[in-house]
Structure formats: structure tokens, C-alpha cells
Design a protein around this ligand. Sequence first.
Ligand code: SF4
Length: 402
Amino acid sequence: MVTLVRPSSKVCNDTPANVGPITIQWRGADSARTPGVRALALTDAQIPDRYLTMSDADLDRRIESARRTLGSDLVILGHHYQRDEIIKHADFRGDSFKLSQLAADRAAAKYIVFCGVHFMAESADILSSPSQQVILPNLEAGCSMANMAQPDDVEQCWTELTSMIDQPIVPVTYMNSAASLKAFCGRNGGIVCTSSNAVGVLRWALERGKKVLFFPDQHLGRNTALRLGYRQDDMQIWTPRRALGGHEAAEIQATTFILWLGWCSVHARFSTEQVRWVRENYPGVRVLVHPECKREVVDLADESGSTELIVKRVSESPPGSVWAIGTEINLVSRLANENPDKTIVSLDPVICPCSTMYRIHPSYLAWVLDELVDGRVVNRIAVDPDTTRWARVALERMLAIQ
Ligand code: SF4
């Protein structure tokens, strides 16, 4: 049985149609404070209007025709949170890190079209070879959580922390962050983590430092530290642009984890009331949530884990299993469609897709592929060499501990 939406379900006001374009703060490789603050988009081409009015069937035909023409020169990557109309054209689907690794393994592909958000395309560029070009179909597809940690603010935080604390501090950035922040971690003895390896990464960090600065997602940082046996008292939230993050010096000196005030607008919606509701209404349900959810939701769930773990758990469960899932709705819907012998519901009755992921529409995919067929690369994401070098250092530290 497939159940997607409870009877009271409605769509949240933050649907893509109602969301205006986000501002991606492009800053070039010449930033005085942090070299390579952002990857550069090498073109500023605009999608022609005709792509925005094409029928779905025409768009599908154009995309498939371009795929055939480009052959092995092209690989299309689709993040789990992409809509089905995109996923059906993807050569691979997965989470951001898995997709970046897949891209790096496909050296024959000259063009990597990443159907995801900006930081994912940056990571693919960092991990791929110099002969490969990474394309993000819509440059407006950013990540609101990644944008909550601006490089200048992290630099300011670091300056304040290192000037008042004698003990070693290890910076840890979530994969969902700008390339420049991965490079910041590389330069400063830090590391990158994903939602699947955060426990191992924090252990690594605590072997090298007395304190951890974790950004941009406070919830992943908190949930992981609690899993390691630390207490809420061992953590402080750092509010950017406030002196000492809004704390007294003694509070910062006494704490172990400094968690950036950042969150995912999709995962922060899930609540304990929703967990209780599904338990009352779906006997035998197992509640599975992403660790970007709030602590109290993770505590009440049966399990938390990355999108890859969520896919694995549901796919491998026996027929008749009942799941309530706390992650982005496109993935939940797809799991329900692909597992018709199981009951799969979204934990959130107010269905809310990731509005920035949703900006990858088939119109944009068709456009960038047509341009490739005509010998033009539009919407390329290229990280400058210095940022790439240091971001790789942080990523390789992470890979070494897996
Ligand atoms: S789901 Fe959350 S973390 Fe993922 S891209 Fe969307 S806003 Fe960013």
C-alpha cells in the first residue's frame, strides 16, 4: 500500500511557485580575506524564454536526444531530493558526497551536469579532474542552510575564538557548505563531514583538539555530539555577527562544542507532535528521520541517518513494513512509489519540498544540454585552484577516517 499524504495534508506556503529567486552571493577568487570565497560561475547566460513554455513531452525529447548525442562525454547526476521529472534523466542518483565521488570516478565524462544545489556542484568540481567541467542547470539553486555560514562571519568567529582560547580548536564543516569553508577547514587543521560519517569525524576532531567549531548545521552537530555521549551543557550556539557569538567569554571557554546558528528549512519543520501522531495512527510504524532534524525529533524517532541510509532501510525492509520518514518530500514520494508493498508516509502533514532543489526544472536541464550539443558550456561551476587545494585537504582527511 502506498500512502503519501494524511487526510489533513496541505501544501506549505513555501512551495517553489511562491518563492522568489534566492540571492547567491557570488564573490570571486580575489577576496582579500578568504581566497576563493565562492566558486565562480563562468557564464551568466540566461535561459531563453522558449524553454520555459515547452511542453513536458518536448522537454523530455530534447533531454534524451542530447543525452544520446553527447554519449559518454556526459554524466547527469540527480540528488535524492530532485523531482521525478529530473531523476528519470539522471545516470546516477544519491546524496551529495556519493554523487561527487561518482563524478570523479567517471573520468571519461567531459561534462558533469549536477542536478542538485550549488555546494554540490562545487564539491563535484573539487573532486573531479581538471579536464572535466561541472554544470549546475540553474544558478539560483543554492542551499539556504549553506548560505547561513558566510565565509567572512566564520573568519570573524575564528579570529575571536583563537584570540581568547589557548587550547586547540578544530573546525568541522558539514558537506552542505561553500567550497571556501571546506578550504578554511583544510587550512586550519579541520575536516569535512557528511551526515553518515559525522560520528567518526567528531571523534577525529576531538582527538586533535579540546574544542570543535561545527558549522553550518547546529542540529547535525548537536545530534552527533549527543550520540558520542556529550551533554547539552557541553555545547553553545554561536550567533554570527554578535560579539563572542552572543556569549560571555567564560561560557565559550568552558564549552566543548561551538555550534553555528544554522539549520535546514526542510528538516527543522519536523516536530515531536508529528512523531506522536504517526505512532498513534500507524500501528507498528518505524520513524526514520534525517539528523538535520531537531534533537527532540531525533530522540523520539526509531532511527536517524543520511538519505542513503533512509533509502537502504526502506528498500531492504520486508513487505508490509510501515515507515514514517522525516526528510524531503520528493525522496519520500519516490520511496513510496518504488516500494508499493510497504506503507510509507511523510512525517510532516504539510508537504514542503526543498524550494532551492526544486529550481532545477526540466527546462533548465534541456537548455544546458542543448548548449553542450552546440559546443557551448553554460552555468559552469569552477572552484579556483587554491580553494580546491585546501578543500581537498579537508575532504581527504574525512576520507581517511572512513
Ligand atoms: S534540504 Fe535543506 S540542507 Fe538540503 S539543499 Fe535543501 S535547504 Fe539545503
